[in-house]
Design a protein around this ligand. Structure first.
Ligand code: ARG
Length: 678
């Protein structure tokens, strides 16, 4: 449904543009004809004018048809996926405005927003005031007084296409249009969630590459990589939920001159490495040792350079040494991925060696590279200013750089992988790098504007509780695996403090511990606006009040227990209950909860647009608090004094279960593992 309206609107826009240019033509033709009455070509012009007017009439008719299409009432029976309410309302208000005020050549998009207080409205359209200002000069030209915003509002309402989403509309203040939703749509869509699972809003399929995590071999995976890992995983899950084809890439730093010294050092320390795997337990110290030799020993340095050449040339023994070194880091990284439930395909910088060679050739051939003291550079914009920084595509020693590798990644992902959309998740410190890469890729025609979507998803630094860059007490970078272990210990302490160890089985307790520990780390990251810095504090993350993972996990378990406590079909076959006895919204708080739940598609759209997961975190929190309000005033189950169930309100239990299922979907995207007992 959403798609077809979308297409119709695109048609209307195209037609309107056509009309505008025809009108301009007609205008200039009529001016010409006035000035040149004796012109022998006058007749021809008049004929041309008539033809244009005829085409204009045809186009106008086509527009009217398209409008009628958009204004066809939404058919509730045919809705098979949740729709974005803001989108739907915006579209029908666009139609209403265009129909009510044909004198406006191109009316602005209707300003529809969600209301803050259900007493006054659920949604509101604030366009009347803006339209009044736009109509003023048009009326003035005719010597007339423009209508006041209130009358404009009434006229918009008069022309509003029918929709089963709206129950009633009124006008308040100077001309605010207040929209009150009907119960029919939420009843229908929430019940369908129970029958068919929680569905995403409909979108045409896309292929997306998400580059995230991307730590560097032989170096510590730090909290910056932790952020990239958490955010990238959630973005991938979100886009997969939409049904997109997502390629999750781990762009590990596994290439470059530092591998020459690592390999040379390996040859000396473990001459037998080709046969017996070297027991390097601490790759960081291994790195430090080889770096020290590299800096002080000329002979070693020479050999290190030679190993880089051998590695790039594909010499088998050297490649073997390189693989062994990479494997050590790989195992370390994998531990973190396993704990955090991260799925990734490793495609490191080495993958792009031959592609870097060809992109350099392509850029050279197309004359994009400039010589700068022996370096080959490329500017993102031709008319660059002093503040612009060019890419260094080839160093003066002929070597490639991080810039070269990212010119290769963008080409590979758009052209070989045929992605429609490419996302890079790294710290905001790299935003200039990516901005220039994207500009250069557009200059050479790799990125096609209007066809491809490219995002650098940047994020702020992680701070310690002292407000300074996150470090251990001794000032070292924090080891991620140790950090996660600390999370486990803290989570268990918290559960014991709440005496959960006395009610849960050892297995349940372990599940709860992991869910809380890893969930709180992920959620603390995602619930902050990613562009800001955030303070890493276990104490804060583990609080059970406010918008924290712990609060949400408890809330979820409570909601989930409602259907379970009813037993029978409620516990074992909720679909059957929904089929026999669909959700019926009666109590005011039931309706309030339902209206919150159906905001889901709007939230998803917003998250997708900005790639900011904190909107989804705010939503799940709002859902939980609205649920509490509902649960406090609406009995789902009534029990007698003996604690036996005497009455079950089926619709309310279904509403609770629907809330749980929707939350479960959001939790999955946010990387929270819900547990039914905690
Ligand atoms: N390895 C890089 C770092 O640690 C991140 C790589 C991000 N991906 C990319 N295609 N540049 O900063």
């Amino acid at each position: 449904m959403g798609d077809s309206i979308e297409k119709e609107w695109q048609n209307v826009n195209k037609l309107e543009q056509g009309i505008k240019s025809l009108e301009q033509n007609i205008q200039s033709l009529s001016n010409d004809s006035l000035e040149s009455e004796d012109d022998p070509e006058l007749n021809e012009l008049i004929a041309e004018n008539t033809k244009l007017k005829h085409r204009l009439a045809v186009l106008n008719k086509a527009i009217a048809n398209e409008r009628q299409q958009s204004s066809k009432p939404l058919d509730l029976d045919s809705i098979d996926a949740p729709i974005s309410i803001i989108d739907h309302l915006t579209k029908i208000f666009n139609v209403a405005i265009a129909t009510a005020f044909p004198e406006l050549p191109s009316p602005p998009e209707a300003a529809v927003v969600a209301g803050a207080n259900a007493k006054f409205n659920d949604y509101q359209c604030n366009s009347s005031m803006q339209l009044a200002a736009l109509l003023k000069p048009i009326y003035a030209a005719k010597g007339a007084k423009p209508p006041p915003p209130r009358d404009i509002a009434l006229k918009i309402i008069e022309n509003l296409p029918q929709t089963p989403l709206i129950e009633r509309i009124d006008v308040s203040g100077p001309g605010f249009i207040n929209i009150f939703l009907s119960k029919a749509y939420p009843e229908k869509i929430l019940n369908s969630f129970l029958l068919n699972g929680v569905q995403p809003p409909k979108h045409p399929k896309k292929r997306v590459v998400v580059d995230f995590s991307s730590p560097n071999i032989a170096k510590q995976m730090h909290v910056g990589h932790l952020r990239s890992t958490i955010i990238g995983e959630s973005i991938s899950r979100l886009l997969e939920f939409f049904g997109y084809d997502v390629l999750r890439l781990n762009h590990v730093g596994d290439w470059g001159t530092q591998f020459g010294m690592l390999i040379a050092h390996l040859e000396d320390k473990f001459p037998n490495f080709a046969k017996v795997s070297p027991p390097i337990s601490d790759l960081q110290s291994f790195y430090k040792e080889s770096k020290a030799r590299f800096d002080s020993d000329e002979e070693f340095k020479k050999r290190a350079y030679n190993r880089v050449v051998k590695l790039q040339g594909g010499d088998p023994t050297t490649v073997k040494a390189w693989t062994l070194i990479c494997d050590v880091s790989r195992k370390e990284f994998q531990k973190v991925y396993d704990q955090l439930d991260i799925t990734l395909i490793e495609r490191g910088e080495s993958f792009y060696q031959s592609r870097m060679e060809s992109i350099v050739k392509e850029l050279t051939d197309s004359g994009m590279l400039e010589d700068d003291d022996g370096r080959k550079i490329m500017w993102g914009v031709v008319d660059h200013s002093e503040n612009d920084i060019p890419l260094t595509v080839v160093k003066s020693d002929g070597g490639f750089t991080y810039d070269t590798s990212d010119m290769a990644t963008i080409k590979n992902r758009l052209e070989e992988e045929k992605a429609d959309w490419v996302i890079y998740v790294t710290d905001a410190g790299q935003s200039t790098h990516f901005k220039t890469i994207f500009q250069c890729a557009e200059r050479v025609g790799i990125i096609k504007p209007g066809v491809h979507r490219i995002d650098h998803v940047g994020f702020g630094v992680v701070l310690g509780e002292d407000g300074k860059k996150f470090k251990t007490r001794s000032g070292d970078t924090v080891k991620l695996s140790e950090l996660l272990d600390e999370g486990l210990t803290r989570a268990m302490d918290k559960l014991k403090e709440k005496e959960r160890d006395k009610v849960l089985t050892p297995e349940e307790l372990k599940q709860a511990q992991e869910s809380v520990a890893f969930g709180c780390v992920k959620y603390a990251d995602l619930s902050h606006n990613r562009t800001n810095e955030y303070v890493f504090s276990f104490d804060r993350m583990l609080e059970d009040k406010g918008n924290t993972a712990v609060y949400l996990l408890y809330a979820f378990a409570r909601i989930k227990s409602i259907a379970r406590n009813c037993g029978g079909e409620y516990a074992n076959n909720i679909k059957e209950v929904a089929r026999k006895n669909p959700i019926k919204l009666e109590h005011e708080k039931e309706f309030k909860l339902a209206k919150m739940l159906i905001k889901f598609p709007d939230v998803m759209e917003r998250v997708t647009k900005d790639l900011c997961l904190h909107y989804l975190c705010e939503f799940v929190y709002d859902v939980c608090t609205t649920f509490t309000e509902f649960y406090d005033s609406c009995y789902c189950i009534e029990k007698n004094k003996a604690g036996e169930i005497v009455k079950i309100n089926a619709s309310r239990v279904l509403l609770a279960e629907c809330t749980a299922q929707l939350l479960a979907k959001c939790f999955y995207i946010l990387g929270l593992k819900p547990v039914s007992k905690i």
